[in-house]
Design a protein around this ligand. Structure first.
Ligand SMILES: Cc1cc2nc3c(=O)[nH]c(=O)nc-3n(C[C@H](O)[C@H](O)[C@H](O)COP(=O)(O)OP(=O)(O)OC[C@H]3O[C@@H](n4cnc5c(N)ncnc54)[C@H](O)[C@@H]3O)c2cc1C
Length: 490
């Protein structure tokens, strides 16, 4: 069904999570099947129209909403999640949100995937980009569970075709499967379905084909106020946090059961602290949490203003983060080990900058490593298999376009300062390890902000980029599927 500009549904369909971007396509196609998508694609390509596909709409950048997109395919009504006995795997239609995926897997079979923490994110973009969340140190990435993917592609002559690609060694389309384990959405074709199954598992019992869901999660949160800290104690706090992850992120570490998140809002706006969580069924769960908290607070010399422990059933909303649509600018990076002293000084400078900024402006880190790092960098398209933390920085959330310039300025300058020694971006070295394509940042492709000489593609894909380019050339030779950071066919 094509929805045009005068249709009352149109504004809802073209407004993505990041409200800074709003597309203006002639039509939004609400599709129900792979066949329908093939028809829409053939017509659009035949008419030389620029197309894009949207699932959950949670992209940080304008990949589905740039002004030159003329036909937008919306897969959100293709959202079934079910067990497929033929492939002995769970099928997830690409329009399903992560909330729908978790709900169905847990209620039907007591299993789950180690995906993202925001229930509104769409499987369409998330799984193809890697996907991680609070079970990832324990179980790996969402994409590590990808068994097969169905994609509608467009060939050289503009004809569309439905292809199923699996991770089976003899599959002639195995490369297309590989590209969807971290290559990122919007690059190869329209994904209609993912099939998920744990690698190396071949049980006839669906309840054994994905990780078993934790019954409850225990989370401990420690909060500090900025006025308790000076530069030295902030540095100690941040250093301790990173050191703990450096020392406890081997794939077989008991502490890979723990997930963790560090948050430091801008001084003018909010507090700082960290949260650590674990499946309550892990032996010694509480003592693992407590040992982590003790190590992070050791020698910082402040008493937390709040120290809370909460136990919540897996599906309980306290474990998840619901983020309303807003204007934002976000940046990310991977860390192989703790920041240098100079970088910590830059983080302190940016967060204590006397100029007040958006109340949501925040420097955050999430625990990485563990089972994620049990996979070789080339085994999937996600090359980042030796980091221990992922950095996420946001300029905040706001509603008026008039505020864009000042909040974006703050985050750009802050990030540039942290990575000043490597041209303003996290060029892979002993500490930094590039960035994450599911947290895209178009500034990495802008010479004004990336002066490193390392391309945006190397920052996101490292040594996997040439293979992704070859796969792109084979499956999307006309570069029909493209956006600000899409893979260039070669
Ligand atoms: C509030 C918020 C919280 C988040 N939390 C996490 C988290 O915990 N962990 C994590 O790993 N990531 C997280 N992310 C990032 C998220 O994984 C990515 O933004 C993801 O790409 C979003 O997918 P989507 O389908 O919702 O987005 P969309 O904007 O619909 O799509 C994103 C990209 O994928 C493409 N795409 C979408 N559907 C298809 C399809 N069917 N076929 C081919 N290409 C497609 C689009 O064209 C676009 O290029 C978060 C993002 C936000 C905004």
């Amino acid at each position: 069904m094509a929805v045009g500009r005068s249709d009352p549904r149109y504004p809802s369909l073209i407004t993505p999570w990041n409200r800074r971007f709003q597309g203006n396509p002639q039509n939004v196609h609400i599709v129900q099947s792979a066949q329908q998508i093939a028809e829409v694609l053939s017509d659009a390509v035949g008419a030389k129209k620029r197309i894009s596909v949207r699932s959950g709409g949670h992209c940080f950048e304008n990949f589905t909403s740039s002004p030159d997109i003329q036909e937008l395919i919306d897969v959100s009504q293709m959202s079934d999640v079910y067990y497929d006995p033929k492939r002995r795997a769970f099928a997830v239609e690409s329009g399903a949100t992560l909330g729908q995926v978790y709900n169905t897997l847990v209620k039907g079979w007591a299993v789950t995937i180690p995906g993202g923490i925001c229930p509104g994110v769409g499987a369409g973009g998330h799984i193809a980009g890697g996907g991680y969340g609070f079970l990832s140190r324990r179980y790996g990435l969402a994409a590590d569970y990808l068994y097969a993917v169905e994609v509608v592609i467009v060939d050289k002559s503009g004809r569309s075709r439905i292809v199923v690609a699996t991770r089976e060694e003899g599959d002639p389309n195995r490369d297309l499967w590989w590209a969807h384990t971290g290559g990122g959405g919007g690059n190869f074709g329209v994904v209609t379905r993912y099939w998920l199954r744990s690698p190396g598992t071949d049980s006839r019992d669906p309840a054994e084909l994905l990780p078993r869901v934790p019954a409850t999660m225990i989370n401990r949160t420690i909060t500090i106020n900025w006025d308790q800290l000076n530069r030295a104690s902030f540095s100690k706090f941040l250093r301790n946090y990173c050191t703990w992850f450096e020392q406890n992120s081997a794939p077989d570490s008991r502490n890979a059961n723990l997930w963790g998140g560090f948050f430091a809002f801008h001084q003018s706006a909010g507090p700082l602290g960290f949260v650590v969580g674990v499946d309550s069924g892990v032996p010694g769960a509480q003592s693992l949490l407590d040992a982590h908290c003790e190590a992070v607070m050791s020698g910082v010399g402040v008493q937390p203003v709040a120290d809370t422990t909460d136990s919540a059933p897996y599906l309980d909303e306290r474990n998840w983060q619901i983020e309303p649509y807003a204007r934002s600018k976000d940046k990310a990076a991977n860390l192989r080990r703790g920041f240098s002293d100079r970088q910590i000084a830059a983080i302190y400078r940016g967060l204590t900058d006397p100029e007040p900024t958006n109340p949501g402006a925040c420097f955050a880190m999430a625990g990485y490593g563990g089972k994620i790092n049990a996979v070789a960098p080339g085994a999937t398209a996600t090359a980042d298999r030796d980091s221990v933390l992922r950095v996420y920085i946001t300029g905040g959330r706001w509603s008026s376009p008039d505020e864009d310039a000042k909040y974006i300025k703050w985050i750009r300058e802050f990030y540039r300062d942290i990575y000043a020694e490597t041209g303003g971006v996290p060029v892979p070295n002993a500490i930094n390890a590039g960035s994450y394509i599911n947290y895209p940042d178009a500034d990495l492709a802008d010479p004004a902000w990336n002066k490193s000489g390392t391309s945006w593609a190397e920052l996101y894909y490292k040594s996997n980029y040439p293979r992704l380019q070859r796969i792109k050339k084979r499956y999307d030779p006309g570069n029909v599927f493209r956006h600000a950071l899409s893979i260039v066919p070669r």
